[in-house]
Write a protein that binds this ligand. Structure first.
Ligand SMILES: Nc1ncnc2c1ncn2[C@@H]1O[C@H](COP(=O)(O)OP(=O)(O)OP(=O)(O)O)[C@@H](O)[C@H]1O
Length: 241
């Protein structure tokens, strides 16, 4: 009889571990002694006032910016989706998606990824023919084709209309459930955070000041008003609908 070893959850490496991260621009400290761990398949959403350091953290995790101290341990290079799609206008959709793949089956893999985001019939189409939501779908396909262990999302839905945004939420949730990367989503949208997060983090002045698990360990969902209060929004006055 042959025994097959089944990896225990503890044997699956986390998507990323950050310890004692420090980042400064000149004398201005932007990230101070920040610690963070994201598991594979975990959807973490990062909120915080403008200027608190969210994008700086994301760019450091993506390897796009230098760090001044601490350590970022990730098994592989993360994939990033930005607010703007950043597709190359002179390349077809499948070439955009497979950029950097360097594989003989690149077109096939791009086709699979485009199908997953609902654009399987558009391989040879061009970025100029896409709506904003479709372009972000292609950007998602381009990220997922790399099979990342960590997926970084920097306000990717912020420029979309409300209905498209909701559809993108559903799509991202499905894709993360299938591919199971760890996810760090930066957003200003409290409802988006509540809709998508397994865990919500609030950053203040370069530190994780508040953390709330959403589904894990049977945790109760956080009330919208409590989250707004954590973000410094005065909720004592009713907000007109
Ligand atoms: N290249 C840079 N040089 C100098 N200061 C910078 C640079 N990039 C960011 N900063 C400063 O670092 C701080 C954090 O910026 P960051 O973009 O990370 O904030 P954020 O939380 O993402 O803000 P927002 O929500 O408005 O995008 C800000 O005070 C910003 O002015």
């Amino acid at each position: 009889m042959t025994l097959h070893a089944v990896p225990s959850p503890a044997a699956i490496a986390p998507a990323v571990v950050v310890t004692g991260l420090h980042r400064a621009y000149g004398s201005r400290v932007v990230i101070e002694n920040l610690n963070l761990r994201i598991e594979r398949g975990e959807f973490v959403v990062l909120l915080g006032e403008s200027g608190c350091g969210k994008t700086t953290l994301l760019r450091a995790l993506a390897g796009l910016d230098a760090i001044d101290g601490g350590r970022i341990t990730a098994p592989r290079r993360p994939a990033v989706v930005f607010q703007e799609h950043r597709l190359l206008p002179w390349d077809s959709l499948w070439r955009n998606v497979s950029l950097g793949l360097n594989a003989s089956d690149a077109r096939q893999r791009a086709a699979t990824a485009l199908t997953e985001v609902g654009l399987g019939g558009r391989l040879d189409d061009w970025p100029r023919n896409l709506s904003g939501g479709q372009a972000q779908r292609v950007a998602l396909a381009r990220a997922l084709v790399q099979e990342p262990e960590l997926l970084l999302l920097d306000e990717p839905f912020a420029a979309l209309d409300a209905l498209t945004r909701i559809r993108m939420h559903d799509l991202v949730r499905e894709l993360v459930a299938v591919h199971r990367p760890g996810v760090l989503l930066v957003t200003h949208d409290v409802d988006e955070a509540i809709a998508l997060a397994d865990r919500i983090l609030v950053m203040r002045e370069g530190r994780i000041a508040f953390e709330h698990p959403m589904k894990r360990n049977g945790a109760a969902p956080i009330a919208r008003t409590d989250l707004l209060a954590e973000l410094g929004v005065d909720t004592s006055h009713p907000i007109p609908a």
